[in-house]
Design a protein around this ligand. Structure first.
Ligand code: NAP
Length: 301
């Protein structure tokens, strides 16, 4: 057993444990412990007169976005960080939004800026993301941060794949030399995920919607990261015995219940370890946003 075994427990709280063989990678617990560590570093930095600050901008009234931003702001409080939430109506002009970003770029009390996506259709998302100073880009979406990751010198990293890396590390998963199959190739999850795994020494396969015979690829994987956006898409017959499966998906099942891209029921009988939804990648994404804000304040303030 590795020293990280503390983070994997043998049963899922919502499932009958009798025929489940996989360890559970407990993202919620890893997030709690990581936040305790972040809080210590925030306290140390504050003692030197720098209190890390996050600005979150929300444009419009998408209900899911409201929940996400309020969770992000609440989490800042948990680790002792300063945060500001700026909310604007859906008809805010792109010019006004860019003006706010420019003001936050030079605000010394703010170390991280996050613009909640999606933005209303009349605003150019790329222009907005590129307007954020790369040293305050705590989502890691700026071209400079994406390029830094691609060339193997990561600065601020995309939060979700960064969180997945921490989950793999804490569960004692050997990444070096492993074959990792990433399903999904978006700029915010799949692509940076593949690059982080590559940098950690994995051999990677990246799948997208055009991939022929997906199961052929997934069955060869030592590590599977599912980031597709389709409920219970990855089933037990697509997974090699003993593989580590991380579920990034956030979907609603036929009963409206939150579920991942992985069919937990069948996969947990085959995999060596699996992360649940909820309680897996979700809490780690927010935690790595806090980590990025802390790192931005430590490095660049
Ligand atoms: P996205 O931008 O819609 O990308 C989905 C990716 O999946 C695309 O690359 C797409 O391929 C690929 N795909 C679609 N159907 C496929 C199929 N049949 N076989 C293989 N690949 C297929 O989604 P995203 O933003 O990356 O998010 C993915 C999921 O993660 C969603 O459920 C989202 O809600 C969730 N998510 C969770 C968190 C969290 O914190 N837990 C954070 C971010 C996202 P193409 O490139 O060919 O279109």
């Amino acid at each position: 057993p590795s020293r990280f075994d503390f983070y994997i427990i043998a049963a899922h709280p919502n499932q009958p444990s009798t025929d489940m063989t996989a360890h559970l990678i407990d993202g919620k617990q890893i997030a709690t412990d990581t936040q305790a560590h972040i809080k210590e570093r925030v306290t140390a930095l504050s003692a030197r007169g720098i209190n890390p600050g996050l600005a979150v901008i929300l444009v419009g009234d998408n209900p899911a976005s409201h929940v996400y931003v309020s969770n992000k702001v609440k989490s800042c409080g948990v680790v002792g960080m300063h945060s500001v939430l700026e909310q604007y109506p859906a008809d805010l002009s792109e010019t006004k939004l860019l003006e706010r970003i420019h003001a936050l770029n030079i605000d010394p009390s703010i170390h991280g800026i996050l613009v909640q996506l999606p933005l209303p259709a009349h605003i150019n998302e790329h222009a907005v993301l590129e307007a954020i100073s790369p040293i305050k880009d705590v989502d890691g979406f700026h071209l400079i941060n994406a390029g830094a990751l691609m060339t193997g010198q990561p600065r601020l990293r995309a939060c979700t794949p960064y969180g997945v890396m921490k989950m793999l590390e804490h569960s004692g998963t050997e990444i070096r030399g492993a074959h990792a199959v990433v399903i999904g190739a978006s700029n915010i999850v799949g692509k940076p995920m593949a690059l982080m795994l590559l940098q950690a020494g994995a051999t990677i396969t990246v799948c997208n919607s055009k991939t022929r015979d997906l199961a052929h690829h997934t069955r060869q994987a030592d590590i599977i990261v599912a980031a597709v956006g389709r409920a219970k898409f990855i089933t037990g017959d697509m997974v090699k015995a003993g593989a580590v499966v991380i579920d990034v998906g956030m979907n609603r099942d036929e009963n409206g219940k939150l579920c991942g891209d992985v069919d937990f029921e069948s996969v947990s009988k085959v995999a060596g370890a699996v992360s649940p939804v909820p309680g897996g990648v979700g809490p780690m994404t927010i935690t790595m946003l806090l980590m990025n804000t802390l790192e931005a304040a430590e490095k660049y303030a």
